[in-house]
Design a protein around this ligand. Structure first.
Ligand SMILES: *Cc1c(COP(=O)(O)O)cnc(C)c1O
Length: 362
């Protein structure tokens, strides 16, 4: 049998591990920060009718510029954004890959503040970009000064700030974003704010989208995978200066968004209010998790996302397994003594909290 080591794999990929959150079949899956609510029936029916229309034209390539989707995304984001400022791809992971392909690469580096999203180093590896991991400070928080000095020390081609940060939930203040921008433009670097969880923030008025005007090196990435309950459709998007969009066009594959993806995403955006209806409930469950875990005496991190990181576990791997034994799946993100749990429905949250009480009592 052929082994991976028999193949003429690129030297820099030898020994690497693929992205691999466990995909297990459990009744309460709270491990990858999906929106655990199903989409409303009315929305599903509309999506199906648009897919039906698309299938009749599937002999043709789709609109390479996904014009209708960009118009719909610009309308959704508001703030005077135009379709020329919008990009989209198969998940924001692909949007980020386009950024790495266009602005990273050999002899260039990308910097982020760890612990942070586990895909950033993998995207760097895949594009031959050097990845610089700068450790976060006390309780994973960042300050404007710590951000500026790291950026100015390393002068990376790409700086990524995850706001709020996955896997810690840590919010990012506006002064941090502005300080990061000031630092990157001093050497014409790119600043990416990954706002995958922006809709779950306590104060949603704080977003880097409001800072795009006059800042051509600022890229704000978002996704339909989390708040929009659309993870399976694979749609992520970005807002930036039209010149940035031109750069991303250079590296995308032709027709990268299928006719079905475009049709489904446009239909979903037409129902954005219905799809986002559960966001308030998810936020309430998140805040409930924070307060109940604190009552249990655990070390709980502040979160602006739809998940909570908690520590104070003597043996986190054991607790993870004890939860799984009770059919509840959470995530061990590799931070010693901690686990991360997604805020699901009220019933799922109750199931998690009950299972955790049982696990901790053992
Ligand atoms: C989930 C997530 C994404 C989004 O991934 P998609 O490819 O859009 O599903 C992006 N960034 C972070 C930090 C995430 O946690």
């Amino acid at each position: 049998m052929t082994q991976l080591s028999d193949l003429p794999l690129r030297d820099d990929l030898v020994g690497r591990k693929p992205y691999g959150a466990p995909q297990l079949s459990v009744s309460v899956a709270l491990n990858v920060n999906e929106n655990t609510h199903r989409i409303p029936e009315e929305t599903a029916v509309d999506i199906i009718s648009r897919l039906a229309a698309a299938v009749l034209e599937v002999n043709r390539y789709p609109d390479r510029e996904f014009t209708g989707l960009r118009v719909a995304l610009a309308n959704y984001l508001q703030r005077g954004l135009t379709p020329e400022q919008i990009w989209a791809a198969n998940g924001s992971n692909e949007v980020l890959q386009h950024i790495f392909q266009a602005f990273g690469g050999p002899d260039r580096s990308a910097l982020s503040f760890t612990p942070t999203y586990s895909m950033y180093p993998l995207l760097a590896e895949g594009t031959g970009t050097n990845y610089i991991a700068v450790p976060r400070g006390n309780r994973f928080e960042l300050t404007a000064d710590s951000i500026s000095s790291a950026i100015l020390e390393h002068k990376p081609a790409i700086t990524i700030l995850c706001s709020p940060n996955n896997p810690t939930g840590t919010p990012l203040d506006l002064d941090c974003i502005l300080a990061a921008y000031e630092a990157v433009v001093s050497f014409n670097g790119i600043l990416v704010i990954d706002e995958a969880y922006a809709e779950f923030a306590h104060d949603t008025s704080i977003t880097a989208l409001n800072q795009l005007d006059g800042r051509p090196n600022l890229l704000v990435s978002r996704t339909m995978s989390k708040a929009f309950a659309f993870a399976g459709a694979r749609v992520g998007y970005l807002a930036a200066d039209p010149a940035v969009i031109d750069a991303l066009r250079l590296v995308r594959l032709p027709y990268h968004l299928s006719a079905f993806t475009q049709a489904a995403a446009e239909a979903a955006l037409a129902h954005s209010t219905a799809l986002l209806a559960n966001v308030d409930d998810i936020r309430a469950q998140r805040d409930r998790i924070v307060s109940e875990l604190r009552e249990l005496g655990l070390d709980v991190y502040e979160s602006d996302a739809n998940f909570v990181l908690f520590g104070g576990l003597e043996d986190n791997a054991k607790v993870w397994q004890q939860l799984l034994d009770q059919d509840v799946l959470v995530r061990d993100v590799g931070i010693p003594g901690t686990l991360r749990v997604t805020a699901g429905t009220a019933a799922e949250t109750t199931a998690f909290l009950n299972a955790l009480r049982v696990a901790l009592a053992k």
